[in-house]
Design a protein around this ligand. Sequence first.
Ligand code: NAD
Length: 368
Amino acid sequence: MANPSILILAGDGIGPEVMAEVKKIISWYGDKRGLVFDVSEDLVGGAAYDVHGKPLADETMAKAQEVDAVLLGAVGGPKYDNLDFSVKPERGLLRLRKEMDLFSNLRPAQCFDALADFSSLKKDVVAGLDIMIVRELTSGVYFGTPRGIFEENGERVGINTQRYTESEIERVARSAFELAKRRGNKVCSMEKANVMESGILWREVVQRIHDEEYPEVELSHMYADNGAMQLVRWPKQFDVIVTDNLFGDILSDCAAMLTGSLGMLPSASLGAPMENGRPKAMYEPVHGSAPDIAGQGKANPIACILSFAMALRYSFDQGDEASRLEKAIEKVLAEGVRTADLMGPEGGTAVSTVEMGAKIIEALDASL
Ligand code: NAD
């Protein structure tokens, strides 16, 4: 059987710096665990614009459709801020999401014990936290029509439309229930069924998919505003949260920051299963290209490395190896190794991107 394939799109700014550490880890899995990946690399974002005059070449898009998983670094930077909207670096990312139809965005909020003091919340509220937000990514108010700014009765009116079809809700609900089965077996669905028709439909459809296909999973419903409050009050009550594009955008950022630095946050975007049964998939850190620290060896590579751990788990069915990598990171953090973004007010000596990567590989070696 052919080796599983990965397309690396490192992108701009710190993207290539953090991805260099992921590449070493991918090689480690080949050398030490016999998990050999066919890795190819290409350009996205500003790096692609510099060469092709657009943020994603058609050939790159075609490659992304064929591989088992895309790993993306980050795109954007001040050099590209004044480009026309149609060729801005972020358009490359949006094109990948849209054409691969990545409708299910997985954003874990996991608190490593060694960083529990880093949260803005009390330690006992976040220590051991492990929740997953599933955000619908390709529909809802960011895409619905009519949209635009129009003239009406002598003044301008801005319009966006929240719109969900049953099938769009069904597929993201299934994705959340499937995830819950591999975790704590609990899903909380969030919407505003009290004031929005799309929320009423959302609640009905999630409930039906539950009753017909996943009765063994515990399901609850919550209004999204209460959900935001509960996330800050007692986040450990949740396992998987499923919600729409807009609420998911906000709730996932809120939940993620419970756990500390942007440099620690991975994500996955999944689509429908391909012929080989694997979902279309793209994995990327939540952070951007961090132009303020790019080229200085200061970036924390952990978000990008944890994104690869998600790929091991969700694309390659290597949950044990994903846990091995997560534990290696946990060990390194417990030893007090920190990149600059993880330094507390007491200070200390920060390690570089490359040193953090090397420490994680040492911990992987020690796990054998
Ligand atoms: P950012 O995430 O790049 O940076 C925000 C802050 O967090 C900065 O101070 C940065 O130094 C720090 N930071 C981010 N990642 C870090 C890491 N791994 N290690 C240590 N510190 C880290 O967000 P921004 O500054 O708003 O945006 C910068 C550029 O990135 C813009 O062009 C923006 O459009 C783009 N962007 C891209 C993505 C993406 O590629 N998915 C996401 C967000 C922003």
